[in-house]
Design a protein around this ligand. Sequence first.
Ligand code: CP3
Length: 340
Amino acid sequence: MDNMFIRTLQNKDHSRPPVWYMRQAGRILPSYNELRKQYSFRELMTTPELAAKVTLLPVEDLGVDAAIIFSDILTIPTAMGMEIEWTDKGPVFHNPLIDAPNPHKSLSPNSDKLSFVYKAIELVKQQSDTPLLGFCGAPLTTLFYMLQGTSLKHEFPEARKFIYQNKKETELLIDAVTEFSIEYANQQISRGVDAFQLFDTHAGLMPLDIYKDMFIPAVRRIADAVRSKGIPFIFFPKGLGAGLNLVTPDLCDFVSIDWQTSLSQARQLVHPQVGLQGNIDPMLLFAPKEEIISCMEKNYKPFFADNPGWILNLGHGVMPNTPFQNIKYLTDWIKATNWI
Ligand code: CP3
């Protein structure tokens, strides 16, 4: 596939950074919000024709260089037997694993329960030449939700307590989630995804030493499975900070940098052979258009000049209610600007 996003992942030449946005497929697109009046989030995600349509909306409406399959990181726990409810305040598992007498034995992984995702990938590949990202949640972030059932103001105090109180059980759970994530990734790859991103949104909520010892090996197992199929692997360990020095070429091809860490700091910490993605603050998109562009001119253009192995993206998912005209304006600017 000859496309700017793929060429950048392969470290081949490119004239501008490719662009896509985390959480681009929902929330901010007027066309998505129209569909949401008719269908629930669950219906959109689990009906392959609708999921394929939503996946391609940002390609059509914004002109991004890559699509990401419209799904969620919490499909894994549901396919392992946990019941989820999508409420207005976010996802809730009513039977969190911290309440189960024997957590890992209560799980019953069944990859067939994710066939709606596989079918949606097939449909997107039939309908479009745009590179398609597959994804799943990393074991830590996925387990936080499974253990605690929901986030408490983006924190996971009960899940964190459990990890300290039940180290052996936690290891068994990490293993189960990792095994199933590998199966899920393999199925996505066999249906045609062109790259794969692992979301570790809450990586920064564990001490670095514990993250390194208990969770990075699990990330590496998923990465190895994906990369052994020739598919580029992007890792998003949000909040890792100085721990970015753990990111080496044996772990991933690209690392997505959060908005707290500057790209130049990240470039110094991350191994030089690993490419960078990110890290525009999603809140910048609420600023007046001139300020958005002046931030690009001041920070991002010079960065690209020195570091062509970079995929332009946000430092976390796009915020609800982000003005559509601002993200459209930025995307048009990125594609029209002379970067070199
Ligand atoms: O990037 C994309 O556009 C593709 C689809 C995608 C969704 N969720 C769709 C979604 C992806 C890649 C995700 C990842 C995800 N899901 C993460 C990791 C990335 C991140 O942003 O931190 C996490 C932690 C989740 C779990 C999740 N899903 C939460 C906490 C919520 C509720 C709050 C919120 O973010 O809206 C969701 C719901 C969700 N997932 C929506 C979408 C489009 C909103 C559903 C709606 O009301 O339309």
